[in-house]
Design a protein around this ligand. Structure first.
Ligand code: TTP
Ligand code: CA
Length: 438
């Protein structure tokens, strides 16, 4: 049914059926995949954590560990106080298993989930490594959508080994909130006409575009719940918050006309890695660069990307950032060439003490390989860098913009405008030793 042209763009519409899929305690679920003895146990995955150590922060905790109060972003030290490492404690007190973050593995599991999502929906919008919106309007209808959701969950469990929670609603905001409503292993359906009453009892902060600061101001005005916001005076909200006042008023009423759209292609893929002590041994650096180059090549391949510029980043202690890049004459997807160019760019830094290295590919294109072959460019160029036409010296910091990763949060992410800006890799903070550039 076409949207009547007299309706404002944000008017409620029953046209869309949106699924929001969010994996349950994702990093832990991945660890349990390869280590089934962790099932049913308290498990904590630490960012910047190493086996037997106590530094780093909790990336996620299993639901069993959450019962004891362990939560994301807590320090590992604090978590260890609540739940000592299994094997360390000689008491009957509860203990937990601790594991370091392994992004490469989690990304490969994320790709398995993505494959199921792509096959189940006409449009998939990934939001983070374990979360995506699906437009399933043409795949189901409101009468059968509950079994569609159940089947989707079962297929993800079967193909990727991961338990997800699913929210289904006529709008993106309601679908997102619904997926969180009955975690873990949830399936929550909000039917057309029910969105406003579904939102009504929620805290204002649950509403799309309401961040912590806006929520505080709203509470100051006596507006505590979505119902309060939905029945507030829109002119007063506009006077207070500008155009956004009217937008959040609409969202609170369940009026969210956003379509699920595929995310823009990323601009680059990168990986970097820090050493605990500065390293001057060139062979060791070369080896690390090679590992990073191969991880980047993998990631580009998984995303069907060709790259034309290959770059490295070298950080001398304390914060002296050098970047070097080389442009090829055409786009390639060639891991061996990528590794060679990255290693070659590194030779300039022989003898340098290095705290951190990174590898990046940019100038991406997403044409398929067939087209590239047709254009006469040999993607199997191997390590022959006669393909290279220029070495550009890029000023320090160049790599800090335009960064995009597969988990990039879209510009219109669900965080309120007053929330902190999402980074390219939503939960990866500086704590990690292997992270994205920028
Ligand atoms: P979330 O979806 O927020 O959390 P979760 O999947 O662990 O748990 P839930 O069942 O409540 O959805 O984040 C996805 C992954 O992102 C998470 O497994 C680990 C990582 N992460 C961090 O590294 N740091 C953080 O502060 C958060 C919140 C998540
Ligand atoms: Ca999750």
């Amino acid at each position: 049914m076409a949207r009547p042209s007299t309706l404002p763009i944000d008017a409620p519409t029953d046209e869309q059926i949106v699924c929001h899929v969010d994996a349950d305690c994702f990093y832990v679920a991945c660890e349990r995949l390869r280590e089934p003895t962790l099932r049913g146990e308290p498990v904590i995955v630490g960012m910047g954590y190493e086996a037997g150590e106590s530094h780093g922060a909790v990336a996620t905790a299993s639901y069993e560990a959450r019962e004891h109060g362990v939560q994301s972003a807590q320090s590992i030290e604090a978590a260890l106080e609540t739940l000592p490492r299994r094997g360390d404690a000689d008491t009957d007190e509860p203990t937990a298993y601790y594991r370091p973050v392994d992004m490469d593995f989690y990304e490969s599991v994320s790709d398995d989930i993505r494959t199921v999502l792509e096959a189940s929906a006409d449009v998939v919008r990934p939001v983070s490594i374990d979360e995506a919106y699906l437009d399933v309007t043409d795949r189901t209808d409101w009468e059968t959508v509950a079994s569609f959701g159940a089947e989707l969950k079962a297929t993800i469990r079967e193909r990727a080994g991961i338990v997800v929670s699913v929210g289904i609603a006529p709008t993106m905001s309601a679908a997102k909130i619904a997926s969180d409503a009955q975690k873990p292993d949830g399936l929550t359906l909000v039917e057309p006409g029910e969105v406003r009453s579904f939102l009504a009892p929620l805290d204002v902060e649950a509403i799309h575009n309401v961040g912590p600061a806006t929520a505080r101001k709203l509470r100051g005005l006596g507006i505590e719940t979505a119902a309060d916001l939905a029945s507030a005076d829109p002119d007063r909200l506009t006077a207070q918050f500008g155009e956004r006042g009217r937008a959040i008023y609409r969202y609170a009423r369940g009026e969210d006309g956003r379509d699920v759209t595929p995310r823009d292609d990323p601009k680059s893929f990168s990986r970097e890695s820090a050493f605990s002590q500065p390293v001057a041994d060139h062979d060791q650096l070369k080896e690390r660069v090679q590992t990073l180059a191969s991880a980047v090549a993998d990631r580009a391949a998984r995303n069907g990307a060709l790259y034309q510029t290959i770059g490295i980043k070298v950080v001398e202690p304390p914060y002296d950032v050098h970047t070097r890049a080389r442009s090829l004459s055409g786009p390639v997807a060639d891991p061996a060439l990528l590794e060679d160019v990255a290693r070659d760019l590194l030779t300039e830094f022989e003898g340098t003490r290095v705290r951190k290295v990174g590898v990046r590919v940019s100038k991406l294109s997403f044409t398929d390989r067939e087209q590239v072959a047709l254009s006469g460019f040999d993607t199997g160029a191997g390590s022959d860098d006669t393909e290279t036409t220029a070495t550009e010296r890029t000023p320090p910091g160049e790599h800090s913009d335009g960064v995009a990763a597969t988990e990039a949060t879209p510009a219109d992410a669900d965080e309120g405008a007053t929330s902190p800006e999402p980074t390219d890799s939503p939960h990866l903070s500086g704590q990690t030793t292997l992270s994205d550039f920028g």
